[in-house]
Ligand binder design. Structure first.
Ligand code: NAD
Length: 354
């Protein structure tokens, strides 16, 4: 268990409590190992990603994680990206489904974003403006591609491989098959990014041929963004490269009621890390007002992954009932006289106990 920072410790504590209660009810014990990452880890252990955190995940192959603040435009690179790369958590699964009791402009949204998690513009291959290596790159581009880039440009490399593209496409189709979903839509900008997104699309198309029972289509990402806010009912599983998946999944969270409700799983060869889609929301930290739903539903996804499907369903249904009743819910769902994080969690636990 990695509490993270900002609102992380509050929402992760809520999720932990729910998992413990689900365990008592369904007859399993959860042994938690608490570990740190980020600023708190730096203060206490001298590193933002301490060895004992990596060791713990390496041993258990599963973690429940809170959000971590990432400095913008400076400081350390995202720890989330580092963890995903370290454990090869190549598939980010982000469901977005309407909640009864949460007002929405739409009547039918039931989507899952499957985001490639290891490459694309998140590979961390960046050239700083004015650095000697950036000038060398400009010279190389000039000589090989006969095109100019200004010498004071900053450059980030978008890397797409056939291996990672086929692997995530297969994951998306296997997911669709297991969850009885009907269609996979590959999201891309291959009309402009002919080599990188073109490769992603071709790989997805190739894999789709092995899954005749599941429809396959592709959509250009800007068109998809528009269609999602006008006709979200047309979509089912969205297969995205890393950056589009990041943006589109927040959009999907917005369709169904906001970030406070959006869970996610990072799954791969080295195990799985479950975390809310939202960030550390520093303005809300320590105020007992953050919605714990995203973290609790992430914990339910973790139970499902661990084979405790009944407990997972039970926990999810307790959350859905509390939201549907709409009495003990946080400010994002009930601006007037909202419940706090702890009160909402206590209500979910009450429903879970039955
Ligand atoms: P954010 O998700 O932290 O917050 C955006 C807004 O969403 C908040 O102001 C709040 O209004 C709302 N919100 C988020 N979570 C909520 C909750 N549980 N309940 C109710 N409302 C909620 O996004 P941000 O402000 O762009 O990012 C803050 C920090 O979090 C940044 O440092 C960013 O890098 C980091 N971040 C971390 C992760 C992660 O660790 N997985 C993910 C996204 C952002």
């Amino acid at each position: 268990m990695i509490p993270g920072d900002g609102i992380g410790p509050e929402v992760v504590a809520a999720a932990k409590r729910c998992v413990d209660v689900a365990g008592e009810k369904h007859g399993f014990d959860v042994a938690w190992e608490g570990r740190l990452v980020g600023e708190e880890a730096k203060k206490r252990e001298g590193s933002i990603l301490p060895e004992d955190t990596l060791e713990s995940i390496g041993n258990t192959h599963v973690a429940l994680k809170g959000p971590v603040t990432t400095p913008i435009g400076k400081g350390f690179r995202s720890l989330n990206v580092a963890l995903r790369q370290e454990f090869d958590l190549y598939a980010n699964v982000r469901p977005a489904k309407l909640f009864e009791g949460v007002p929405s402009r739409f009547s039918d949204v039931n989507l899952v974003v499957i985001r490639e998690n290891t490459e694309d513009l998140y590979s961390g291959l960046e050239f700083r403006s004015g650095a000697p290596e950036t000038r060398e790159l400009a010279t190389l581009v000039k000589s090989k591609l006969k095109k100019s880039i200004a010498k004071n440009s900053a450059v980030s490399l978008k890397v797409i491989t056939p291996f990672a593209s086929r692997r995530i496409a297969r994951f998306a189709f296997e997911f669709a098959k297991a969850k009885k979903r009907k269609k996979v839509t590959a999201v891309h900008k291959a009309n402009i990014l002919k080599f990188t997104d073109g490769l992603f699309l071709e790989s997805a198309r190739g894999v789709s041929k092995d899954y005749r029972g599941i429809m396959f289509e592709d959509k250009i990402v800007d068109n998809l963004a528009m269609q999602l806010v006008t006709k979200p009912e047309r979509y089912d599983v969205l297969l995205c490269p890393n950056l589009y998946g990041d943006i589109i999944s927040d959009l999907c969270a917005g369709l169904v009621g906001g970030l406070g409700l959006a869970p996610s799983a990072n799954i791969g060869s080295g195990g799985a890390i479950f975390e809310p889609v939202h960030g550390s929301a520093p303005a809300h930290a320590g105020k007992n007002d953050a919605n714990p739903t995203a973290s609790i539903l992430s914990a339910a996804m973790m139970l499902d992954y661990l084979g405790e499907m009944k407990a997972a369903k039970d926990l999810e249904s307790a959350v859905l009932r509390v939201i549907k009743e709409g009495k003990k819910v946080t400010y994002d769902l009930k601006p007037k006289k909202p419940a706090g994080t702890r009160e909402m969690t206590a209500e979910i636990v009450k429903k879970l106990i039955g």
